[in-house]
Design a protein around this ligand. Structure first.
Ligand code: SF4
Length: 286
C-alpha cells in the first residue's frame, strides 16, 4: 500500500477522494468504487501501487495509436481496478476481477523499458486497465521515464479530475482516450460515468500532447450514425487532426445479448465521421 494523493479527511475518519469525478466518500476499512483505494484509519491508500497484472512489448498501433511514432514498439503495463462499470468491458479479467500481480518499483519498470530499447521500444504505455486509478505509480514512473528520454503513453477512459490530470500531463507524450458513447444517458446507464468529464479530458489533453480517440461501437446502444456524426463534429471543434478509431464490439463480460457490430455499420459511421475529421479508422475487423 502507498499513501494516496488527492483526498481530504472528513468527519468520523471518512475520506473524500478527489482523483476521479466519482468523488467517493469512503468509510474506514472500505474501498472506493474503483477497488484500488482504501480508507485505513482515516487515511487513503493506493492498493495497486507497483502491482503489475499484465506486461508486454506491444506495437504502438495496438494501443491504438496510428499517428504517433508509427511502426514502433512500447512496453505496456497495467494493474487491476477501474472507475467505470461498463457492462461490455473488453478487459474485465484485470479491470474487475482480482488478477495475480507481481511487485515492481517505478525504477525497475523504467529499467526494463530502457533495456527494451534495443528491440525498438520507445517508452511505457500505461494500459490494460484504467491508468488514472493507478495514479501515484503512473506519476512516479512517468517522471523517471521522462528523465531517461522515454515516451509515456496513457490508454485511458478519461474519467479523471482536472487537477490530477493537469499535474500528470506535462509528462505524457500521447494518449488514447475512450469516448464510450456520445450521450449523457449512455455514460450514466451503461458505464456509470459522465460524458462531460471525459470531454473535458480530451479537450485539456489535446492542447498538451498527441491524442487519439476510440469508441467501441455497440449495436443498438451507441451506433446511431447521427450520434457518431455529432461526436466527430465536437472532436473536430477541438482539432480535426485528432484520429478517431471506430472499434468493433464483440460480446464480452456482462453484455452477451447482441451480436458483433455489423461491419457495414462501422463503414457507414466512418464515412459520416470523415465529413468532420481527417483521420478515421475502423478497428477489430478481419
Ligand atoms: S479514484 Fe477510486 S476512490 Fe477515488 S473517487 Fe475515483 S472511484 Fe472513488
Amino acid at each position: 500500500m502507498k499513501p494516496a494523493r488527492y483526498f481530504d479527511k472528513i468527519e468520523n475518519s471518512k475520506v473524500h477522494c478527489r482523483l476521479c469525478p466519482h468523488h467517493c466518500v469512503i468509510d474506514p476499512g472500505r474501498l472506493g468504487a474503483c477497488r484500488a483505494r482504501k480508507n485505513v484509519d482515516g487515511e487513503l491508500f493506493s492498493l495497486n501501487y507497483g502491482r503489475i497484472a499484465s506486461m508486454a512489448l506491444d506495437p504502438i498501433e495496438k494501443k491504438p495509436l496510428y499517428r504517433f511514432r508509427p511502426g514502433s514498439l512500447i512496453l505496456s503495463a497495467g494493474t487491476f481496478g477501474c472507475n467505470l462499470k461498463c457492462s461490455f468491458c473488453q478487459n474485465w479479467s484485470i479491470a474487475h476481477e482480482e488478477p495475480q500481480t507481481v511487485d515492481m518499483k517505478p525504477r525497475e519498470l523504467v529499467r526494463r523499458a530502457k533495456e527494451a530499447r534495443i528491440a525498438g521500444n520507445i517508452g511505457i504505455a500505461y494500459t490494460y486497465n484504467e491508468p488514472s486509478i493507478w495514479y501515484e505509480f503512473v506519476y512516479d514512473t512517468c517522471v523517471l521515464a521522462k528523465e531517461e528520454g522515454l515516451d509515456n503513453v496513457l490508454v485511458t477512459n478519461g474519467f479523471i479530475d482536472r487537477e490530477p490530470l493537469m499535474e500528470l500531463l506535462p509528462y505524457i507524450d500521447a494518449m488514447n482516450i475512450d469516448v464510450k458513447g456520445y450521450t449523457a444517458s449512455f455514460y450514466q446507464e451503461i458505464c456509470r460515468g459522465t460524458l462531460d468529464n471525459v470531454k473535458q479530458t480530451v479537450e485539456l489533453a489535446a492542447e498538451r500532447c498527441h491524442v487519439e480517440v476510440t469508441i467501441l461501437v455497440i449495436p443498438g446502444l451507441n451506433d446511431s450514425i447521427n450520434e457518431i456524426g455529432e461526436m466527430a463534429k465536437w472532436l473536430a471543434s477541438v482539432s480535426d487532426e485528432i484520429p478517431l478509431h471506430l472499434s468493433r464490439y464483440f460480446p464480452n463480460y456482462k453484455m452477451t445479448d447482441r451480436p458483433p457490430t455489423p461491419k457495414e455499420i462501422l463503414y457507414r459511421a466512418r464515412d459520416k465521421a470523415l465529413e468532420s475529421l481527417k483521420y478515421v479508422y475502423v478497428g477489430n475487423v478481419w
